[in-house]
Design a protein around this ligand. Structure first.
Ligand code: CP
Ligand code: NVA
Length: 333
């Protein structure tokens, strides 16, 4: 049976079958090879998309813009300061209007219910560019990076996410692992264990794919045998006031060289969605350090090691987001 995703929204990977996810990954790999070979096909010619950002972004915004432009689509960017959304116009009205102008809508912001409402009222495909509880285009890029760097089949891989195991990145990784049969280990303190509801959502998919989804609080036990060691910042966008509390809770989960070596797997790769605090060269890391808080979730020795694939992973945001746009909006060429 061939996969047809035309006209669908991309709100969470939990809405997609394993076959559909594998199709998007294969399409991303093909589009990446095509771009490297200098081939341009303009499968989105005549289409226009709008990017709504209520939180800041480097990778996701640039990936949507470059992917759309590579394929011939027009792009409009709106942030909360420069649009009426949520202030002078309700979300359903904004969605209804944008649906009259655009062929697709990307949204980054807070509640997952916003992407759901945009999809409900706009009548056009909506793409989730990160909410408080999901980041599905990130998970696609992460798994594409795994397939490029790990020789074993995905359903024999163990991915360990160290840190805030109830943030958007931990959740989207848990979802894609459940769908594709990857062993997912959430490694963090019990206080930040994933919500029961999120774990319950994965149970059916994990049963079907054979994935193991587990939470282990002891970092040295959790990382044993990992094929991927993954981490993310300790306080997500909008949670900055929690930094003191998070530093206290998460310092034992910092990805140090010693922890990385404890995987016992010389082939283990390091992944991170980025942006990352791995030194004190950013304004925020330096300011927090002055206040006595070391917010580094990973050390430079791991971040810049040959086993770190974080910049390949960042590049793969472009190819995977392009696959989503082409599959959901594009014309065959
Ligand atoms: N990984 C990621 O989503 O990066 P940005 O916040 O820069 O988009
Ligand atoms: N958890 C991070 C991910 C950034 C891509 C945040 O939400 O800020």
């Amino acid at each position: 049976m061939s996969v047809d995703l035309k006209g669908r929204s991309f709100l969470t990977l939990m809405d997609y079958t394993p076959e559909e996810i594998r199709y998007l990954l294969e399409l991303a790999a093909a589009l990446k090879a095509e771009k490297k070979a200098g081939i341009r096909k303009k499968r989105l010619e005549g289409k226009n998309i709008v990017l709504l950002f209520e939180k800041t972004s480097t990778r996701t915004r640039c990936a949507f813009e470059v992917a759309a432009m590579d394929e011939g689509a027009g792009v409009t960017y709106l942030d909360s300061k420069s649009s009426q959304m949520g202030k002078k116009e309700s979300l359903p009205d904004t969605a209804r209007v944008l649906g009259r102008f655009f062929d697709g809508i990307e949204y980054r912001g807070y509640s997952q219910s916003v992407v759901e409402q945009l999809a409900k009222y706009s009548g056009v495909p909506v793409f989730n560019g990160l909410t408080d509880t999901d980041h599905p285009t990130q998970a696609l890029a992460d798994v594409l990076t795994m397939t490029e760097n790990i020789k074993k089949p995905l359903d024999r891989c163990r991915l360990v996410f160290c840190g805030d195991t109830r943030n958007n990145i931990a959740y989207c990784l848990m979802y894609i692992c459940a769908k594709l049969g990857i062993h997912f280990v959430g490694c963090g303190p019990e206080e930040l264990a994933p919500a029961e509801e999120a774990v319950r959502r994965c149970a059916g998919a994990a049963k079907e794919s054979g994935a193991v989804i587990e939470h282990i609080s002891d970092p040295y036990k959790a990382v044993e045998g990992a094929d991927v060691l993954y981490t993310d910042i300790w306080a997500s966008m909008g949670e900055e006031e929690l930094i003191p509390q998070r530093v206290k809770l998460l310092t034992p989960y910092r990805v140090t060289e010693r922890l990385f070596e404890a995987t016992g797997n010389p082939e283990c790769i390091f992944l991170h969605c980025l942006p990352s605090f791995h030194d004190f060269e950013t304004v925020m890391a330096a300011e927090q350090m002055k206040l006595g808080y070391d917010i580094r979730e990973v050390e430079n020795e791991v971040f810049f090691s040959p086993r770190s694939k974080v910049f390949d992973e960042a590049e793969n945001r472009l190819h995977t987001i392009k696959a989503v746009l082409v599959a959901l909006l594009g014309d065959e060429k």
